[in-house]
Design a protein around this ligand. Sequence first.
Ligand code: NAD
Length: 271
Amino acid sequence: MKLRLDGKNVLITGASSGIGQAIAVRFAEDGANVAINYRSGAEQADATRARVRAAHAAVGNGGRRSMIVQADVSDPQQVQAMFARVLEEFGRLDVLVNNAGIQKVAASHEIDPADFDRVLNVNVRGPFLCAQEAIRHFLSRPGGGVILNNSSVHETIPKPKYLPYSVSKGGLENLTRTLALEYAGRGIRVNAVGPGAVVTPINRAWIDNPQARAEVESHIPMGRAACPEEIASVFAFLASDDASYITGQTIYACGGLTLYPEFRVAWSSGE
Ligand code: NAD
């Protein structure tokens, strides 16, 4: 049986933890050759690669490849060097996943402008720089390509005290849609996934605290946070030819968070 991403070469940014790691493993299960980008902590990247190799072995290795590649996605030189290394190793790239992201909590009137810049640099400038490199490569040879962005429900839902994060994910929506439109006629699809609350290190404030987690989950219509694999499966679909006619979209995987949960009860009509 042909696997969904058989023989596709993919690069995933920020893939040594959380959702990025789950995407790396899921793509390997679907037959892809996987390049794992990380910013710091080579041991964690190696651990992800070990999981990717195990996934390859489980589907019959068949010469499938993986690599780890260090780079800060907000730095143009490092991004260029990362693409050069991946192309040297794999020869060709088919799918870029812009997953790396950070957030910073502070009341909006107290945010240090340097923190604002840092979040925007990783969450928007990073995907821009990586998309530029990917598109240049896609245009340099036949066959087009796929770019996927890890956005958030906060692409559309405001998040007080996380202004840079909300702004960055709103910007990522426009980056997704603009690139999708600009390159639709040249075989390049650009889409995003918008997760809700997912059990990953970015949410270390509540994932291991049962009380705090129950409070978070009480706001989610499906009553629970997602595991990273439930987000990775949406990326696998969008990366594959099953999504060949989808471009410029954000698919929300959010347990209903984008459905105005406050309207679960008919408070506005008095019934
Ligand atoms: P995470 O902290 O485990 O993953 C973020 C990864 O990005 C880390 O591996 C980190 O090292 C990497 N990274 C940070 N700055 C980088 C840089 N400059 N260059 C390269 N890599 C860098 O958390 P996660 O939840 O897996 O987050 C992944 C993505 O998912 C983020 O874009 C985040 O905004 C998005 N997201 C997460 C949730 C959630 O609830 N966990 C919800 C919506 C969206």
